[in-house]
Design a protein around this ligand. Structure first.
Ligand SMILES: [Zn+2]
Length: 166
């Protein structure tokens, strides 16, 4: 079987790890396919002519097809792991942002509740002061905690009755 313009790789060492045994056949385009032995594990495997050519001429790296061989192509595990790590990091960051937003919302809510309570206390003080000025007995004045339990309508009415314009 003549090789034509193709280089005869039979018996040639390619890279540091592979030695070509013989021609194995031709691929669909007519290019030679070579039977190559891995020097590390001894696994014999076919390589396309272009792969051997690139490996011997331009530093193309050949990988052994024996998955357990140290010269086999590394699994893309590292890339996936890195991508997973990045995703996990992003999730973590997102989670932190959510927690921060939640804490801020809670703090805002608490501050609003405190402000509302201060405002309510100021209303009650106006009511209580008016009662005192009007001569009411202290026990007749609704304490603040009971004031808080009254409806808004009731409180507005009381403040209206004692003449406090809000
Ligand atoms: Zn090998």
């Amino acid at each position: 079987m003549g090789l034509g313009t193709y280089r005869n790789f039979a018996g040639v060492s390619v890279g540091t790890n592979f030695s070509v045994i013989q021609l194995a056949g031709r691929d669909r385009s007519g290019a030679p396919v070579w039977r190559v032995r891995c020097c590390k594990c001894g696994f014999v495997q076919p390589f396309a002519h272009s792969q051997l050519k690139n490996a011997s001429e331009s530093g193309y790296v050949l990988f052994c097809r024996n998955a357990r061989c140290t010269y086999s192509k590394p699994e893309p595990v590292k890339t996936e792991t890195l991508a997973d790590m990045l995703r996990a990091e992003q999730r973590q960051e997102q989670l932190l942002k959510q927690q921060e937003a939640q804490l801020k919302a809670e703090a805002d809510k608490k501050a609003a509740a405190e402000a509302a309570l201060r405002a309510e206390r100021a209303r009650w003080m106006r009511y209580a002061n008016t009662q005192i000025v009007a001569g009411a007995e202290l026990e007749d004045i609704l304490p603040f905690d009971r004031w808080l339990m009254q409806s808004e309508t009731w409180k507005t009415n009381v403040l209206g009755r004692v003449g406090i314009a809000e």
